[in-house]
Design a protein around this ligand. Sequence first.
Ligand SMILES: *[C@@H]1O[C@H](CO)[C@@H](O)[C@H](O)[C@H]1NC(C)=O
Ligand SMILES: *[C@@H]1O[C@H](CO)[C@@H](O)[C@H](O)[C@H]1NC(C)=O
Ligand SMILES: *[C@@H]1O[C@H](CO)[C@@H](O)[C@H](O)[C@H]1NC(C)=O
Ligand SMILES: *[C@@H]1O[C@H](CO)[C@@H](O)[C@H](O)[C@H]1NC(C)=O
Length: 336
Amino acid sequence: MHFLSGFLLSLPLASLAGHKSRSFGQNHRRAALKARNTTSTYVLEDYYQGQSFLNSSLWTFFDDTDPTAGLVNYQSSSDAQSKGLAYVQDDGTTVLAVDNTTTLTSGQYRDSVRIATTKSYNGGLFIADFYAMPYGCATWPAFWSVGPNWPDQGEIDIIEGVNLNTHNQLTLHSGADCAIESTLSSLVSGNSTIGNLQCASSASSNTGCTYIDNDARSYGQGFNQQGGGVYAMDWNTDAIKMWFFSRDDIPSDITEKSPNPSSWGEPAALFSNSACDIGSHFSEHTLTINTDVCGGWTESAFSSSGCSGTCADTVADPSNFDNARWKINYIATYQS
Ligand SMILES: *[C@@H]1O[C@H](CO)[C@@H](O)[C@H](O)[C@H]1NC(C)=O
Ligand SMILES: *[C@@H]1O[C@H](CO)[C@@H](O)[C@H](O)[C@H]1NC(C)=O
Ligand SMILES: *[C@@H]1O[C@H](CO)[C@@H](O)[C@H](O)[C@H]1NC(C)=O
Ligand SMILES: *[C@@H]1O[C@H](CO)[C@@H](O)[C@H](O)[C@H]1NC(C)=O
């Protein structure tokens, strides 16, 4: 099904391109081969790396009150940089950290960072390469995209979890009439299971539709122990698909900046038009990277995700945040 639709879509273009000199039979075989592996229809649009993440014309630092009620003080760009919470290493890696030097009293807020692109997107292919991601009790890291007028223009959570989770959760939030069809569970990677079918979200019912990737390399300490890896999100009007590749499994077409999702095999998450009109539910998304501290999900899942005591007490001790940092290689966006 997946292969067939890619094949049908690419055939007319390939046929046109070879119209003058090749027979249909040759075109047909070429198209099939191209559709599967050799041709990327995607062209690089943005390549964020190193100082890009600290460039205010490309990414902005959110420093308002946390909408999810965390014990967090999101920092401005200048404060984050002067406090050593956002910087570029000599090797070009961008680090976004939670403060792990300040001792607080229980209930006080800890400094952290939340950045978002100035540019908004209406689809495309998004490739994010991280060497490490935050984990630890009281942390709630996420890499996600979101539109205005939440939930009507949607939210796509590519990496998200809390505390000592050993699995990633991939989620959509949307306005009314959007869900996952349960039959999609047979079209995703063997490590992925559906967690919740309903994407429609509201302030009082905000689970979203979810897949859980049970590959222990997909999140937290397990992710970091492998040197991280790549998350890819392919968003068009037919479907939103997401893949995870641990460091050693990154396809060469990604590294070569000629990505061809049809060659990557089953995704970790698949949301399709069958039960959600993707085109009308998701628009004008900015990309966001943040590490929240306590707040909603972190606290409700505190003991079930491996932590003891209270979240507020955990926040007070800075040594609990030694692993609470993103190490970003790059984020690339592509358009077809
Ligand atoms: C396409 O790529 C997949 C995964 O990389 C590989 O297993 C398969 O043999 C390739 N197919 C062709 C036709 O090259
Ligand atoms: C910030 O990004 C803009 C847009 O790409 C670029 O023109 C500018 O030179 C960058 N600034 C710095 C200091 O690199
Ligand atoms: C599932 O995860 C394990 C590691 O936890 C990995 O070895 C395996 O390749 C994964 N399978 C798929 C289909 O991705
Ligand atoms: C904060 O965390 C970093 C990274 O793990 C570590 O190198 C540093 O020593 C920690 N700071 C303190 C004061 O322990």
